[in-house]
Design a protein around this ligand. Structure first.
Ligand code: HXC
Length: 529
């Protein structure tokens, strides 16, 4: 028996307020418990939770306020009028996480597979509108089959309304998607428009067309996990992070929220800091090798610099040659962008440029200062990169830095060659403070390559070509391969002892606290998207 789904005409309302109030309690109980008993069984069998269980686990206890619990669809085709469950397959409302307001929607897979019809969409539209006007993060707990087939164009239009709101709210409130089941079509596209996408291994998948359609069209055979599972999207970059279970995903979500402001008019939450800001980062001298080609893990540098070594890395499994994430320095939230010499020697390529660019734009939207740790040999050479538009994609990163108005600090750690130096938040594109370690070398290219270009004739004409080349390489190194060349010319603000990196960044952040930039009036720029 599924009372909440019955379509029979309502009985006459009870008489008197007391009776009507009792009747309301029964209806509410039916919605919450009656329906859940059915869907819970299936969800639990699959290792998943119901929409209400998820909301209860994510939000502070007792903080959830539900919206439109009694809404039902009005579709009549395909026998839909015989099946009109309350909620229409999505639970929406608001509550708090660690005392801070959030708005939530959660698909109920037990109702039409969590698919989206007109009423379902209207509920999500409403909670999105409220989140934007109240200025609080929107969290989507996704477990749905996409557009509800029986409702045709009304379902498609419902998604259009969600996409438009995702875009309108972008840069106004943080939007976070948690993928907890199979998410087809629109249920995957809306998350792609949000700022963060967390996925659960084994149960979540995202795809535009499912395995059956793919087989029919291309003949390829693949299952849901192989097509769009968490590991696939960790590597495609569509997932910000992947998790072993729902609780792990919610824990990460809470940590993520702790770094974010409620909206673009607020600053990210500061925390009291008991990690001394003037702490000497002695470990840095050992972590970063002096030879420019020797790899090391830049995450160790980050952990040495930030408060208590706590760093929330994002999109870890995609484009590992650049590391992005959130941390605090002196209690103040910062967004870190760091070249990673451990992967592809830390070069910038198409994926790394896209990854860093979107993160920079997120930080800029939400008043999060940027700290860039630079150790980059250049852009990745290769036919594949050129043919797949490294120019346009590298330009995305350039664009993102150039338009960012939040405080920006560049730390030149070791090498920074060519265009990659310019792009990694150099002074010429607007960084506020450029700090260099004594080990830093900035040049158009490395010494050997440069010497071969500019002294080719001299070397060819020399009696002892090897010795001549050696001398010319040395001359190049003496002239250019140190931070003092840039410091003398005002492109480096200070050459610092690496052990003072934390305190120098902190001082820079304090100095830039009141930074204000007035931009020329325009509708928007035209980023090479
Ligand atoms: C209506 C749907 C539905 C849909 C599933 N159901 N998908 N009802 N519209 N799109 C119903 C099923 O009939 C079933 O109802 C219940 O939900 C559970 O579905 P199952 O197939 O039994 O579950 P499961 O085996 O777990 O498979 C889940 C699934 C699969 C992978 C999501 O159902 C599926 O592939 N559905 C179609 C997905 C799809 O193509 N959506 C349209 C995307 S296009 P009963 O009554 O039997 O329990 C789109 C447009 C926007 O979204 C695109 C923008 C870019």
């Amino acid at each position: 028996m599924r009372p909440a789904q019955e379509s029979a005409p309502r009985e006459l309302p009870a008489e008197g307020l007391a009776d009507r109030t009792a009747e309301l309690a029964v209806i509410r109980q039916r919605v919450v418990e009656g329906l859940d008993a059915e869907s819970a069984l299936r969800q639990h069998r699959l290792g998943k939770s119901t929409a209400r269980e998820r909301i209860a686990r994510l939000l502070d206890e007792g903080s959830f306020n539900e919206l439109e619990m009694l809404r039902r669809h009005r579709a009549t085709d395909f026998g839909m009028d015989a099946k009109r469950p309350y909620t229409d397959g999505v639970v929406t409302g608001w509550g708090t996480v660690e005392g801070r307001r959030v708005f939530v929607y959660a698909h109920d897979f037990g109702i039409f597979g969590g698919s989206l019809g007109e009423a379902h969409a209207a509920k999500i539209h409403k909670v999105m509108d409220l989140a934007e006007s109240a200025g609080a993060p929107l969290i989507g707990l996704n477990d749905g089959a996409g557009a509800r087939i029986q409702e045709g164009v009304m379902a498609l239009a419902g998604y259009g309304g969600i996409f438009r709101r995702n875009v309108q709210a972008s840069g106004v409130i943080p939007q976070i998607s948690v993928m907890l089941g199979p998410c087809a079509g629109g249920a995957a596209y809306s998350p792609a428009l949000t700022d963060f996408v967390l996925m659960v291994r084994g149960t979540a998948s995202m795809y535009v067309t499912g395995p059956d359609v793919i087989k029919a069209v291309t003949g390829e055979e693949i299952d849901f996990e192989g097509l769009g599972g968490a590991e696939v999207h960790a590597r495609s970059g569509q997932a910000t992070s992947v998790h072993d279970d729902e609780d792990d995903a919610f824990e990460q979500l809470r940590w993520l929220l702790s770094f974010l402001p409620q909206n673009n008019r607020e600053f990210p939450p500061e925390e009291p800091c008991d990690d001394p800001v003037d702490r000497s980062c002695d470990g840095l001298l050992d972590i970063v090798p002096s030879s420019p080609n020797q790899p090391y893990d830049v995450r160790r540098v980050i952990e040495e610099i930030v408060d208590h070594g706590e760093f929330l890395e994002l999109q870890e499994a995609w484009a590992g040659n650049v590391v992005i994430g959130l941390a605090r320095i002196g209690g103040q939230v910062v967004g870190l962008v760091a070249n990673q010499p451990l992967v592809l020697a830390g070069v910038l390529d198409i994926d790394a440029s896209q990854k860093a660019a979107r993160f920079i734009r997120f930080c800029d939207s939400f008043n999060i200062p940027l700290v860039s740790l630079v150790d980059v040999p250049g852009f990745l050479p290769g036919v594949d990169q050129e043919h797949n538009a490294i120019i346009r994609n590298g330009a995305k990163l350039l664009y993102a830095y150039c338009e960012a108005t939040v405080p920006r600090i560049q730390v030149l750690m070791r090498k920074a060659y060519g265009g990659a130096y310019i792009v990694m938040d150099s002074r010429s594109i607007g960084t506020d403070l450029s700090l260099a370690w004594p080990s830093n070398e900035v040049a158009v290219m490395g010494a050997e390559a440069a010497t071969n270009v500019i002294h080719r004739r001299t070397i060819l004409a020399a009696e002892d070509q090897q010795e001549t080349r050696r001398q010319l390489v040395e001359e190049y190194q003496r002239t250019l391969m140190h931070p003092y060349y840039g410091a003398e010319r005002g492109l480096v603000d200070d050459v610092i002892d690496p052990r003072e990196t934390r305190s120098a960044i902190h001082e820079g952040l304090r100095m830039l606290r009141s930074k204000r930039v007035d931009l020329p009036k325009r509708k928007h720029g035209n980023s090479p998207l």
